[in-house]
Design a protein around this ligand. Structure first.
Ligand code: GUN
Ligand code: ZN
Length: 438
């Protein structure tokens, strides 16, 4: 791997600004320098202070008009749903039956899985997303396809085979035993191979039998460092159906809790309709939530309450997810914009620092990868984006009148999109450049 230095304004979160004073959370250098060695950041700081440490002959790329930031971390996304993004007119359960299950059946075909996996990884990088927690289809080969595509770019991707044995079309159902055996084989094949991490992925309580949830729990007990991802409390009809299917359980959270699926390695998409008692249980167990606002608006699921979730008295860790194809954009900038608007509808104004935290370090913390990505810091992976604050005429006009860094970052997260991602680096390699014709 080539050693490299990047020079420009640097901005990174180092702490959670929902729980700490903003000044203890943000590190900004108007003229910063990032030294990269063997794919990792070896030093980061003020250019004037660091320039004497530049090794002889090292290439320095200077981005005088841009912001250098940690790559975005998407805490929840479905790669086999790319082609159904923007599908009309249905709420969650109908949307799953009408659009989602049929498109996921296509991933029984390895050629289709490879083609969409390649597209998906390229689209993440075009949007400045360098890590993501990815739901595959129920076909094990769909996991092979995404891990192969991610590995070709040396990306830290978490992914898992959807476990689903009930209440969906036969061509995408597994059984408790095959889902266990296939997941175990995939863990052995992929977990910690390069930067890849395996995530046990029961779709949600509605498509799993008790036996399958039991075996998902067994996988988690048998593999102490794999993660778990699923869905919870996204839609009121879903919540009611979960109660019908699991009548012995106190509430939706108690279903997953009962089967050993609620701990600090677990992240659940949505959590819009969780009760105080359920949020307390998330806090106690250390389980996390992936907030997916573009999806919640689009599918009409409801308004997630970020302030209640991050309540200082019993905070629950939250990451930000696009939830494509229920979500409507790969752009974490657009997703931050919609998260802000959703909070506004609840009477809360999330700050710029809080929003950038959710999209980077917050998601990394929620996925258990914050020891290696989500921040610009020595020892962290050189997963870095170059953001152009003047990417469009409107952004340029707005940037010119921004009086503070916070104002600029806020306007960017509200108004910018993939056009503002000038370059994306993964493990110190340039993997996307907006203005190149390559
Ligand atoms: N709940 C269970 N499966 C899904 C899915 O694929 N997308 C969303 N948004 N919610 C789900
Ligand atoms: Zn989802």
């Amino acid at each position: 791997m080539t050693d490299l230095a990047l020079r420009g304004a640097t901005y990174t979160l180092v702490n959670d600004p929902f729980l700490n004073a903003a000044e203890d959370c943000v590190v900004y250098q108007s003229d910063g320098l990032i030294l990269i060695r063997d794919g990792r950041i070896s030093a980061v700081g003020d250019y004037a202070g660091l320039k004497d440490q530049l090794p002889e002959g090292i290439e320095t790329r200077h981005y005088p008009d841009a912001l250098l930031l940690p790559g975005f971390v998407d805490a929840h996304i479905h790669y086999p749903q790319v082609e159904i993004i923007g599908s009309y007119g249905a709420q969650l359960l109908e949307w799953l039956n009408k659009y989602t299950f049929p498109t996921e059946a296509g991933f029984n075909d390895p050629a289709r899985a490879r083609k969409i996996a390649e597209f998906f990884i390229a689209e993440l990088l075009r949007n400045g997303t360098t890590s993501a927690s990815v739901f595959c289809s129920s076909a094990p080969l769909s996991v092979d396809a995404i891990f192969e595509a991610a590995g070709a770019r040396n990306m830290l991707i978490l992914a898992g085979k959807m476990m689903m044995d009930s209440r969906a079309p036969a061509n995408i159902l597994d059984t408790p035993r095959t889902s266990y055996d296939d997941s175990k084989a995939l863990i052995e094949r992929w977990h910690k191979r390069g930067r890849r991490l395996y995530t046990v992925t029961p779709r949600f309580a509605l498509t799993s039998s008790p036996q399958q949830l039991e075996l998902a729990g067994a996988l988690m007990r048998e593999h102490s460092d794999v993660r778990l991802q699923s869905h919870i409390s996204e839609n009121l009809a879903e919540v009611a159906r979960a109660a019908e299917l699991y009548p012995a359980r106190k509430h939706y959270t108690d279903i997953y809790d009962h089967y050993g699926l609620l701990d600090e390695r677990a992240i659940y998409g949505h959590g819009i309709h969780l009760s105080e008692e359920e949020l307390r249980r998330f806090h106690e167990t250390g389980a996390k939530i992936a907030h997916c606002p573009t999806s919640n608006f689009f599918i009409g699921s409801g308004l997630f309450n970020i302030a209640a979730t991050k309540d200082q008295a019993r905070p629950v860790a939250v990451g930000l997810g696009t939830d494509v194809g229920g979500g409507t954009s790969f752009s974490m900038l657009q997703t931050m914009s919609e998260a802000y608007k959703m909070a506004q509808l609840r009477g809360i104004s999330v700050t710029a620092a809080q929003s950038w935290y959710l999209a980077t370090l917050g998601s990394a913390e929620a996925l258990g990868i914050a020891d290696r990505v989500g921040k610009l810091g020595a020892g962290y992976a050189a997963d870095i984006i170059v953001l152009d604050p003047r990417a469009t005429p409107l952004l340029a006009l707005r940037a010119d009148v921004a009086e503070t860094l916070d104002e600029l970052l806020f306007a960017l997260m509200i108004c910018a999109d993939d056009r503002a991602i000038q370059a994306t680096y993964v493990a110190g390699e340039l993997v996307h450049e907006r203005d190149s014709n390559a």
